[in-house]
Design a protein around this ligand. Structure first.
Ligand SMILES: [Zn+2]
Length: 340
């Protein structure tokens, strides 16, 4: 039997998190420059967009634009998710390595105690990484064989202490208003290799209008779609080759119809929520998308995942959700998708 990927040297890659944390600040700076601008020693000015060798200010590890009309001073983190950082370059890399290495996701509080940095900046740093991963997600429509399912979060209501005060939690009016459904679509890979790509969306609850709108957007017509026997998926029958499995009878029926890859994703997502302590329903899509990235990159080495996250952070703009947090900027938009 072949060795499990996570036990092989390939799963670790060129450098470990400890080796990254031991880098000098100059080495960390060089790595950030290479990931952002490549190896040829040229930089792109964030103001005028000119790519050339700009003037290097060694004492500040910054650059000054060599274009006479611009002369903007910029650093390797200007206009990126790491903009306005106060920690050293090495600390940025170490923080990213810790985020990547926590394969099931980790609470900011835990990483804060590990690094010795305060809780709030650690939380914001991790959210900025999640935002970069979210902005760079691949939404190309899927084909071949796609599994689709929904999973509910934030639905629990704690019963009152005295029986006389308890409400009927089955009634619609008593449902938790924060209840959300994560719909996952997973494209199957080669047989025996699991799923290769995932797209998620957050909706209020499984219903045929949202399900049809999402599959129309993200799944190519004619694709084989596997779902459970929930009524809302019946609407896909005309447009797709729909195969449903009744979970009351089996998880994988006698014909092999199953949606185990979608269930596997939800298992991993639930694990994340067992690790973190607070989760705002508005941020459910960000958290779920973090698990999408982790699940789809499960056969990629640690170091390659680390470089991938660095690229995402350096090639997306300044954080829209978390910049100016200390000046009062807060996330106000809900992530809910609705076709109605
Ligand atoms: Zn410039």
């Amino acid at each position: 039997m072949a060795q499990h990927f996570l036990l092989s040297p390939n799963s670790r890659g060129a450098k470990s998190p400890l080796e990254i944390a031991r880098m000098s600040d100059q080495e960390a700076f060089d790595l950030l420059c290479e990931v952002r601008w490549g190896k040829d020693g040229k930089q792109c000015c964030p103001q005028c967009g000119v790519i050339r060798k700009h003037h290097y200010i060694k004492s500040r590890k910054q650059f000054r634009c060599a274009e006479v009309s611009c002369t903007r001073t910029f650093s390797v983190t200007s206009g990126t998710k790491f903009a306005y950082h106060k920690k050293s370059f090495r600390d940025l890399l170490a923080g990213t390595a810790i985020f990547v290495n926590n394969v099931e996701g980790a609470a900011a509080l835990r990483n804060s105690s590990f690094t010795g940095f305060a809780y709030k900046p650690t939380l914001l740093f991790q959210h900025k990484i999640r935002e970069a991963i979210y902005e760079k997600r691949d939404l190309t429509p899927m084909d071949g064989e796609v599994e689709m399912d929904g999973c509910y979060f934030h639905y629990y209501i704690r019963p009152a202490n005295f029986k006389a005060n308890r409400i009927d939690r089955r009634l619609a009016r008593n449902l938790n208003p924060n209840k959300r459904c994560v719909i996952a679509m997973r494209q199957r890979g080669e047989p025996g290799k699991g799923a290769k790509r995932t797209i998620i969306t957050v909706i209020k609850s499984e219903n045929d209008q949202d399900v049809l709108a999402l599959t129309t957007k993200y799944v190519v017509p004619g694709t084989i779609v596997y779902t459970d026997s929930h009524n809302c998926y019946g609407v896909l029958a005309g447009r797709y080759n729909l195969k449903q499995v009744n979970h009351d009878e089996a998880y994988s029926d006698l014909d092999g119809v199953n949606e185990n890859q979608a269930e596997s994703f939800f298992f991993r997502l639930r694990k994340l929520f067992s690790h973190i302590h607070k989760n705002d329903p508005k941020l459910l899509e960000l958290y779920a998308n973090e698990i999408v990235w982790r699940e789809d990159n499960r056969r990629v080495s640690f170091y390659d995942q680390f470089i991938d996250v660095l690229k995402k952070c350096l090639h997306t703009g300044q954080s829209r959700l978390w910049s100016k947090y200390w000046q009062g900027n807060r996330v106000t938009e809900d992530c809910l998708f609705s076709a109605r």
